[in-house]
Design a protein around this ligand. Structure first.
Ligand SMILES: Cc1ncc(COP(=O)(O)O)c(C=O)c1O
Length: 458
């Protein structure tokens, strides 16, 4: 069988897939500040209408505007590749496929949502977007997308990543964006974080608070906020990955038994997995594995409850697996996976047994990345390496069981900007880390005051 399965531009999907139309059971609604279900209008100071409509939509298929498709064509459809070399390296009798999202301008899946978000904002006269970024992938993707539609872009980058990955800031600036180390003195949320946690490495939760505050308090030009993961509309935009992959699997005559993706907020995992999950909901047997770092074990050790998406509590309350919005994850190199919560749609999927999460530590992720580099030849992003660690683990399990499931995973990004982490790994400077139960319970203190999960709220 060939090593890469390529689609033509005509085969690129014309609609996104909205899993909210098919999810088993009822979804918990997001809550506003008074604890009652959020009205879409309450989001208007933050997002444009086009995005709010998608956020709350229950339509199964949502058209992708031609203007968005014409930008996505520059790198989409992305290749589906068969990891023949890794299969040989592991002595695996089954097939391993990966959807290669590293070929985008920013080097990851993130532009799949950055482009439509910039587009819908441009349509409504927005002149500048603010955002957060963990590893720098989303901030650079949004800077690229804003450049396509003539918008300014201001990015609050988690402090530890800002220090570890200065080249990402340069990329953002090349595309016309600006990048601020978070927490910063620019916002009340940033100043509070610096006061309360002196020397903090920052977190996505703090950076989100800063970016939301910067958007809603901006007075010079019409400014809105863009989020790179977690919310329904972001996951929706990413489903173009799985829709293409399904066509490619059909062309190759294969059906995956196991689908794997790493999870920060959940967008690349969902992008690949949701179109396949639709088949699982319809009765096709399939194992779908979201993977997280042991250092930030949201899905495997977190609590399923209402929590804020950011540290300062500026966002609506979301029903999600969470470590508590005040959780400050340790400064592991997979910056994009250091988030205290996970998308409500994925949380619901875990709760209903659709997805079975696993966790890997950063050392096993780097080991898997090295195995990958020496077999397949490319350098994965540290986030992607967690998915590769899960693939290797799943292969070993299959070998023990004497089975050969077909495995498909999302190669969410390349690691060419992440060489500092690789260098530390090669020097033996990285250690596996998992927080103790005591550490985790400390961050959940005070959470009992938030509303419990309940579907019929006032
Ligand atoms: C390459 C890569 N993969 C995965 C992630 C995790 O984010 P998400 O869970 O939204 O896909 C990130 C986030 O920055 C990333 O840069």
């Amino acid at each position: 069988m060939e090593t890469k399965i390529i689609l033509s531009e005509q085969d690129m999907p014309t609609q996104w897939y909205n899993i909210a139309a098919d999810m088993p059971g009822e979804l918990f609604p997001p809550l506003g500040p008074a604890g009652s279900p959020l009205e879409p209008a309450q989001l208007e100071s933050v997002f444009p209408h086009g995005i709010i409509e998608q956020e709350v939509s229950r339509e199964r298929w949502i058209p992708i505007p031609e203007e968005v498709r014409s930008v996505l064509f520059r790198w989409r459809p992305t290749p589906l590749r068969r990891a023949h070399a890794l299969e040989r390296h592991l002595g695996y009798g089954g097939m391993i496929f990966y959807k290669d999202e590293s070929v985008s301008p920013a080097g990851s899946h993130k532009p799949n949502s950055a482009v439509p978000q910039a587009y819908y904002n441009m349509l409504e006269g927005v002149k500048r977007l603010t955002t957060e970024t963990g590893a720098g992938q989303w901030g650079s993707a949004l800077s690229f997308a804003c450049a396509q539609f003539g918008l300014g872009c201001r990015v609050f980058m988690v402090g530890v990543s800002y220090d570890q990955k200065p080249a990402r800031k340069t990329m953002m600036e090349l595309w016309g964006g600006t990048c601020v180390r978070s927490p910063s003195q620019e916002t009340a949320a940033g100043r509070r974080a610096i006061r309360d946690f002196p020397g903090t490495p920052g977190s996505l939760g703090i950076a989100i608070s800063e970016a939301v505050e910067a958007a809603v308090t901006s007075r010079d030009v019409k400014t809105r906020y863009a989020l790179g993961s977690v919310l329904n509309h972001v996951l929706l935009h990413q489903t173009i990955i799985g829709l293409e992959a399904k066509k490619q699997c059909d062309l190759a005559g294969v059906t995956p038994d196991v689908v794997i993706g790493c999870v920060g907020g959940g967008s690349n995992f969902a992008g690949l997995a949701f179109p396949f999950a639709a088949d699982k909901i319809a009765g096709v047997p399939m194992e779908i594995i979201p993977v997280e770092p042991k250092a930030c074990p949201t899905m495997t050790r977190g609590t399923y409850t209402y929590d804020y998406g950011d540290t300062a509590g500026l966002t609506p309350l979301l029903a999600m697996h969470t470590l508590g919005h005040r959780f400050i994850p340790p400064p592991i190199h997979a910056g994009g996976l250091r988030y205290h919560g996970v998308s409500p749609l994925i949380s619901h999927g875990i709760d209903t047994g659709l997805f079975t999460p696993r966790a890997h530590d950063q050392v096993s992720a780097y080991e898997a990345a090295m195995l990958w580099a020496r077999s397949e030849g490319t350098l994965p992003a540290p986030e992607t390496s967690h998915a590769i660690a899960a693939v290797v683990d799943r292969v070993r399990q299959a070998q023990k069981e004497g089975k050969c499931p077909t495995i498909l995973f999302n190669y969410s990004g390349h690691g060419l900007m992440d060489l500092a982490g690789y260098e530390k790994y090669l020097r033996g400077d990285l250690t596996p880390y998992a927080p103790s139960d005591h550490d985790l319970s400390r961050y959940m203190a005070g959470m009992e005051n938030l509303p419990p999960l309940a579907r019929n709220l006032p």
